[in-house]
Design a protein around this ligand. Structure first.
Ligand SMILES: Cc1cc2nc3c(=O)[nH]c(=O)nc-3n(C[C@H](O)[C@H](O)[C@H](O)COP(=O)(O)O)c2cc1C
Length: 209
């Protein structure tokens, strides 16, 4: 069932699944089936990548079937993220292969392509009634050590996967974040047709996130 909580309203119409994708902190306890997980990562693999390198790798920990990995990912997170992420039935780590396979040169687009793959996974998740929440708030070295990740591969982000739950169950501060209206910068602040904005437009560089 589509997630109808806090759907994004923009200046122009976009695909419903894009507007419905969001980063929840409340999850139901419903596990994610192996089939659904496979669909998510198949969707990730459909992304474009520089030289077709497909530099993305994912480590997955499901509470029901791979608790040890789940705990390793959870404990790599900062306390703020652990507090809500532990409600999600599945945790994952995106990892970039940093060099091209065909010539061994550094792949400057590796993290770009990992981001594209995870963004595609997120849309597939929304389509299946799931949501993911990506995080930078984790310790890269803890993931590297816990999973013995070899040189040449770098953890990029961790993320939850789960069915969105009732925000009412969250602590006060987080509930407010979950239900606050979502917004985006207007196109005029990031889409510059023809020229980079001149001095009179410098405020664009100071737009709030
Ligand atoms: C690379 C990345 C890192 C993020 N890190 C965190 C994080 O550490 N903790 C957190 O609560 N949210 C984190 N977020 C979620 C963003 O805050 C969220 O995507 C943003 O506020 C937009 O909300 P939306 O995804 O619901 O549209 C991260 C998102 C991305 C893409």
């Amino acid at each position: 069932m589509a997630d109808s909580t806090n759907v994004l309203a923009l200046e122009y119409p976009i695909l419903p699944v894009l507007a419905e994708r969001r980063s929840p902190r409340a999850y139901t306890s419903q596990p994610v089936s192996a089939d659904a997980l496979n669909q998510l990562f198949a969707a990730a693999s459909s992304a474009a990548s520089c030289f077709g390198e497909q530099p993305w790798r994912y480590l997955v920990g499901a509470r029901e079937t791979s608790l040890e990995a789940y705990d390793k990912i959870l404990t790599s997170m900062g306390e703020f993220n652990q507090a809500w992420a532990k409600a999600a039935p599945v945790l994952a780590v995106s990892i970039a292969k940093l060099h091209f396979s065909h010539d061994g040169n550094p792949n400057a687009w590796a993290k770009h392509d990992v981001g594209q793959a995870t963004a595609t996974l997120a849309i597939q998740a929304t389509e299946l009634g799931l949501q993911i929440h990506q995080m930078a708030g984790f310790a890269v070295d803890k993931i590297q050590a816990a999973f013995a990740i070899p040189a040449g591969y770098e953890p990029v982000a961790v993320f939850t996967i789960g069915y969105p739950g009732d925000p009412a169950g969250l602590p006060d501060g987080l509930r407010d974040k979950e239900t606050a209206p979502r917004a985006r910068k207007p196109l005029a602040e990031f889409m510059f047709e023809g020229t980079w904005p001149g001095l009179k437009d410098e405020r664009y560089d100071q737009a709030p996130v």
